[in-house]
Unconditional design. Structure first.
Length: 391
């Protein structure tokens, strides 16, 4: 009996320690050792077999369009260690941008979408042309892995099905992750969040597939993405985008702020990403204009319900990386805790096979991409928890 009591005591102590343990971090991409001048724009998913796949742009210079390659590292132990860097998409002198990835649940395929910018042309350049043909257009590609990221299919040009022919010049998927719907009339649908230019005049929309990625369809742009500019004309309030599926089958956008109040932007779709409500502010989520992450975390005990998590800088600069939790589908964000007080840029959240949470983020002024592991209990029990008000 004494041995049993001692064993139960140790189990309780271990549980308390695990719950209160601080996050651990591991470097994933380090340009100096991984063979690139700069590595930016992180995305991460966990495959059906539990393998972590971390994606980024490997850049020849510290610029958004610098002959970028799409690079990958894999982890088989929940993000504690990572394999060697691999180039999985190479456009030569063209620049490959905005990795955005989703895992199809039924077959376990990993689908990665990204764009190709013409050689020596930036998204700010007036040389970028609208349309689907020619040497000066931005193209949209999809590549698929059926073996946990070990090999990838030949990139498939999806430009005509995912980019509007008129006016639109620049194009971006995410960056970050796509989603697959679990509920409602469109259950099983795969979706990627998108934004389209011209530069500074972005709109957000979804592209989606109901046949496991074989064919793709564009939805409408969300209304309210453009506002009057101070000196006349228009400017955009939205830019890089992520979204999350809600329990009633609808979808919530969470979007980088470009203009307007310095907070995140949001809107809802109740028809599977075809149309959207008007873009609105998210007052609780400060945004210095930086890509951020929104993610549904669910344990077996939660069933399909789960909770929403958010990661992003809470400052006027890209610093003070903070995690938030919402249990009302993103209407409010009452629980928050600082993950990284210092430099914190783009980030991407995922849930790990052991029930903990992972956050892949840009650190040190985007000189490193780091993977942090933490528990939901650590987040929910944090000192920065806000009081919850009942309706």
């Amino acid at each position: 009996m004494r041995g049993l009591r001692w064993g139960l005591f140790l189990l309780l102590v271990g549980s308390i320690q695990a719950r209160g343990a601080e996050p651990t971090t591991t470097d994933v991409f380090v340009p100096e050792t991984d063979g690139f001048k700069s590595i930016r724009i992180p995305a991460v998913v966990v495959t059906n077999k539990g393998t972590l796949l971390a994606f980024a742009e490997g850049r020849a210079a510290n610029a958004d369009q610098a002959k970028n390659k799409i690079v990958l590292k894999r982890s088989g132990d929940g993000g504690k260690t990572w394999g060697k860097i691999e180039v999985i998409a190479d456009g030569g002198d063209s620049s490959l941008n905005n990795p955005c990835v989703v895992v199809e649940r039924e077959r376990g395929q990993v689908l990665l979408m990204y764009q190709s910018f013409p050689a020596n042309v930036s998204e700010r350049s007036k040389a970028v042309q609208p349309g689907h043909d020619g040497d000066l257009i931005v193209r949209n590609f999809l590549t698929i892995s059926e073996d946990d990221g070990l090999t990838w299919s030949k990139p498939r040009d999806e430009t005509r099905r995912t980019k509007r022919a008129d006016v639109v010049t620049t194009l971006a998927s995410g960056p970050g992750i796509g989603i697959q719907l679990r509920h409602g009339p469109h259950a099983g649908r795969l979706l990627f969040p998108m934004n389209e230019g011209p530069f500074g005049l972005w709109n957000i929309y979804a592209v989606f597939s109901d046949d496991q990625g074989k064919t793709w369809t564009m939805g409408d742009v969300a209304p309210g993405g453009l506002i009057d500019a101070p000196k006349g004309g228009k400017t955009s309030t939205v830019n890089e985008a992520q979204f999350v599926a809600l329990n009633d089958g609808s979808i919530r956008f969470n979007v980088r702020r470009w203009a307007g109040k310095a907070v995140r932007k949001t809107c809802l779709s109740r028809d599977g990403g075809v149309t959207w409500s008007k873009v609105e502010d998210v007052p609780e989520l400060v945004d210095p204009s930086c890509m951020a992450s929104i993610y549904r975390y669910a344990t077996p005990e939660d069933g399909a319900k789960g909770r929403l998590l958010y990661s992003g800088p809470q400052s006027t600069k890209r610093e003070n990386g903070t995690l938030f939790l919402s249990d009302d589908e993103g209407v409010s964000w009452p629980v928050h805790r600082v993950l990284c007080k210092g430099s914190f840029g783009y980030s991407c959240l995922t849930s790990l096979p052991d029930g903990s949470v992972g956050c892949l983020y840009e650190a040190d002024g985007a000189k490193r991409i780091v993977f942090a592991r933490f528990t939901l209990d650590w987040l929910a029990d944090g000192k920065n928890r806000s009081p919850r008000t009942e309706d």
